[in-house]
Design a protein around this ligand. Structure first.
Ligand code: PHE
Ligand code: ZN
Length: 858
């Protein structure tokens, strides 16, 4: 089997400080679509003048060097060495003290389809520099531990010219910005375009006045208000909860249509994928609104956790991302419902991170090697990175957490820090030794925790025996025990809580925990709030699960009991066993529980996805059969609908929200429950309700739900045509239109549906959102993507190869559709491997896609 072209691997252990400090960076841009000139004046100082070193600057192939001077003089030609990704100036040509290097380069933003560096989106110039995009703009030490204040001049005929920091000069055709806070190049940004702002102001806690702007294309202003509200809430929250204040005169957000990720925290100038800014009731769903609020917060929070304190090197990515995700999760919990947010986060973690951890792409929260850093913006770094912080907090308590964070900001403001620094502030603030805890950062894999109960009636004593074991992951065969906080509550036979929730600290391979003084044998509620990102195996039957579903006071554990009932029924059904009666009963009781929060009831009514069922089967050592899984889920859904048709219809009617649409949590919760009921009823009413709803709903949340139901019943054509007609010119809505079709199609049709859609002239595949919509839509159809004849694999592989030539980051990210390929049957495995092999053999494969594919077929 051939391996793809190998690219160099970077190792954490090779870290060395940069031999020069950078005192200041002055940039001047003359913007033109295919010929932009960039002048950089960089003031360097050797760190160790006694030991002269070459000056090595990063610079991509697209840079044409026009001139180079050192303190105003041109060095001899042999002193300057251009290699494919660097520019080196020999030590002999460099002064021993501070000197100014000035370069002039030419670049071509119009040819930039990778959307990394300076590019054009919808006629607007914009930049994306994290992680290593700045080197496509000019020659520079493009690494996060080299920081400098920036002074940026932009010349362009575009009316709005933005960069980081504060505006210091502006007239037609030019603008100058100064950012006083030293920053690494990855936080640089520039925007030049025909933009309009919705504006507001914010007074910080110390009384400073900040101008706020959300910049969008003319015509989109009426969809930017929610983003602005979210920004103001985020600024208030970070002051109140973390004591963090904003530090510039202006905060700008810009929406762009072509963006590889969700959004970017550039200092004072956040750039957003337009789908995370623009929202109106007619075009955005409740989920979109919640994500906008969360991502606006996330990027804003980075101003302290990421920008004021940045990462020493890219191995430390979780230092800023894990912490910032943790903070945005707390924020959303405070703005909306904390238990519902927690359950949703656990679902995402399991769907994405557990999946990653179980397969060939498993890596540590802090990886120690990579070929392409862009491949490590993963669920493990982000979501597991946040879970690790949640565990830390449980271990040191809320006060300890607050003290540690205060110390972190105090001690490391202005630094490029490491995970070691982070753990040290917790140790210093709380006195706790975290050497074992550090394994959460260095060791990949999801621990399995087994729990055994033994009840000693004579002494009223319950003993819980906990064992931990973490399966091997690529490159890490042995996994020593780590410290795992397991939150446990006890519930008496009468349904009453016995004592308080206790955090058991499992730090050995096996350990006993004793509960004394119990009158009767309690039911154990384990892993409350999902206190650790582990897989818990316990002996438990459906009656106990139903008991917990009825009585547990911890909402996560209560939801989890229902989830486990569903999963055990579904996995049994998928293996041809008879199952599900207990689930059908229990779910009816919960659905009808008027006291429970509608959002919680909605979460309980939504059955586990096919992917989740497959993951569960695979973790238990069973080969998942996608078609049987699909059948089992359809069957159980129909049974629930039939058994509770009346109740569900009642819920569907009761949860209609009258009046004007509002995206608030309470209204969204009702719609979520209504839609969950609709999804079940749709299995027995032939799609009639969905048809009515599609025609009458005044908001996108219900319309999309109805559309998906109609497609599932094979009667989506008219609705799809109507939507395409109404929204032909709205990209974001059309992205949903592209995604829902392969996603909701019958498994046997999904790949053909995707193939047809890809032929349309409005399948603007170079737009990342459009590409993700179609390929992601197919990948989200589990049985459709894994169609037995390999059509789903082939379609995906063809497009990944095509995309790799335009935009390697997107190709690499979407290749994760294949990350579970090896858990299926030999026929599917052979077809998936064949598709992966074709990608691997492709001529000129990018470092991004090459690394992903080689890890997947290793
Ligand atoms: N740093 C961004 C975030 O998490 C994500 C991002 C990474 C955006 C790389 C663009 C490129 O907020
Ligand atoms: Zn982030």
């Amino acid at each position: 089997m051939s391996q793809p072209q190998q690219h160099a691997t970077q190792y954490l252990s090779d870290y060395r400080p940069y031999p020069f400090t950078l005192n200041s960076t002055a940039l001047s841009f003359q913007l033109a679509p295919d010929n932009t000139q960039v002048t950089a004046r960089l003031s360097f100082q050797p760190r160790d003048p006694a030991n002269p070193r070459d000056l090595v600057l990063d610079g991509g192939k697209g840079l044409t060097l026009l001139s180079l001077t050192i303190d105003g003089a041109e060095p001899a030609a042999e002193m300057v060495l251009r290699q494919s990704e660097t520019l080196t100036i020999r030590a002999e040509a460099l002064p021993r003290t501070t000197f100014v290097l000035e370069t002039e380069v030419q670049i071509d933003p119009s040819a930039n389809t990778a959307f990394e560096g300076l590019y054009i989106s919808g006629g607007m110039f914009c930049t994306q520099c994290e992680a290593e995009g700045f080197r496509h703009i000019t020659f520079y030490p493009d690494r996060p531990d080299v920081m400098a204040p920036f002074d940026v001049t932009i010349q362009s005929d575009k009316p709005v010219l933005l960069s980081n920091g504060n505006p210091v000069e502006s007239r037609p055709g030019m603008a100058r910005w100064q950012d006083p806070w030293p920053k690494p190049a990855y936080l640089f940004a520039l925007v030049a375009g025909d933009l309009v702002a919705i504006s507001d102001r914010f007074t910080t806690m110390s009384g400073r006045d900040v101008a706020l702007n959300v910049w969008v294309r003319p015509g989109d202003e009426d969809r930017a208000g929610f983003a602005m509200e979210s920004l103001i809430k985020s600024m208030q929250w970070d002051e109140k909860v973390y004591g963090r204040e904003y530090d510039l005169e202006v905060f700008n957000i810009v929406a762009v249509d072509d963006f590889n990720m969700g959004a970017m925290e550039n200092k004072g100038l956040n750039i957003f994928n337009s789908k995370l800014v623009l929202a109106s009731p007619e075009t955005a769903t409740d989920g979109d609104y919640e994500r906008i609020e969360g991502v606006i917060a996330h990027e804003y929070f980075h101003n302290w956790t990421g920008n004021r304190i940045t990462c020493r090197d890219w191995f430390q990515l979780c230092l800023k991302e894990g912490l910032t995700v943790y903070r945005d999760q707390q924020f959303t919990a405070d703005m909306r419902s904390a238990p519902v947010k927690r359950i949703a986060d656990v679902q995402t973690l399991r769907a994405r991170q557990f999946r990653e951890d179980q397969g060939p792409l498993a890596h540590a929260v802090r990886p120690d090697h990579y070929q392409e850093i862009n491949n490590f913006y993963t669920a493990t770094v982000y979501e597991k990175g946040a879970e690790v912080i949640g565990m830390l907090r449980q271990l040191v308590g809320d006060d300890g957490y607050r003290k540690a964070l205060d110390l972190y900001f105090d001690r490391h403001d202005g630094d490029a820090a490491t995970i070691e620094d982070w753990l040290k502030v917790f140790e210093d603030a709380t006195g706790r030794d975290l050497s074992q805890f550090k394994r959460w950062y260095t060791d990949a894999g999801t621990p399995h925790v087994d729990m055994q109960e033994s009840w000693d009636a004579a002494n009223g004593r319950l003993t819980l025996t906990l064992r931990q074991h973490t399966p091997a992951t690529p490159g890490q065969p042995e996994k020593p025990a780590r410290v795992i906080p397991v939150a446990v509550g006890l519930i008496g036979p009468n349904g009453q809580e016995v004592g308080k929730t206790r955090i058991l600290e499992l730090d050995q391979p096996e350990q006993d925990f004793v509960f004394d003084g119990l009158g009767a044998q309690p039911v154990v509620s384990a892993l409350r709030v999902f206190s650790a990102p582990v897989m818990l195996n316990r002996q438990i039957d459906d009656d106990m699960r139903a008991f917990l579903l009825a009585h547990d006071t911890d909402p996560f554990a209560r939801w989890e009991a229902g989830r486990e009932l569903a999963l055990s029924a579904l996995t049994d059904l998928a293996m041809g066993k008879d199952a599900g009666a207990g689930y059908v009963d229990a779910i009816g009781q919960l659905a009808g529980d008027q006291r429970a929060d509608p959002a919680f009831r909605a979460l309980c009514l939504n059955m586990p996805s096919e992917e989740e069922i497959a993951t569960r089967l695979a973790a238990a050592g069973t080969t998942p059969d996608p078609d049987r899984i699909h059948g089992a889920r359809e069957d159980l859904g129909r049974r629930v609908a039939n058994a509770h048709a009346h109740l569900l219809a009642q819920i569907y009617d009761d949860m209609a929200v009258p009046g004007a649409y509002s995206p608030d949590a309470e209204a969204a919760a009702k719609r979520a429950l209504r839609i969950a009921a609709l999804g079940l009823l749709n299995r027995i009413d032939g799609g009639d309700r969905a048809e009515v709803l599609f025609g009458t709903a005044g908001n996108m949340t219900e319309r999309m739900a109805a559309l998906s139901c109609l497609i599932r019943r094979g009667r989506g054509q008219a609705a799809l045509a109507a939507m395409a007609d109404q929204f032909a010119s709205n990209r974001l809505v059309m992205d949903k239109w592209f995604a829902v079709q392969p996603m909701a199609a019958a498994p046997e049709d999904a790949a053909d549906v995707a193939t047809e859609l890809a032929r349309r002239s409005d399948f603007d595949w170079k737009n990342p959102n459009r590409f993700r919509a179609l390929l992601g839509g197919l990948a989200a159809n589990h049985a459709g993507f894994h169609r037995a004849d390999g059509k789903g694999y082939d379609f995906t592989a063809e497009w990944l190869m095509k995309m790799d030539r335009a935009n390697p980051q997107i190709a690499a990210r979407m290749s994760t559709a294949f990350e579970t390929w090896s858990r299926y049957d030999p026929e599917r495995r052979a077809k998936a491997l064949n598709a992966l092999q074709r990608i691997a053999d492709m001529d000129g494969i990018s470092r991004n896609l090459g690394e992903m594919v080689s890890r997947m077929i290793a």
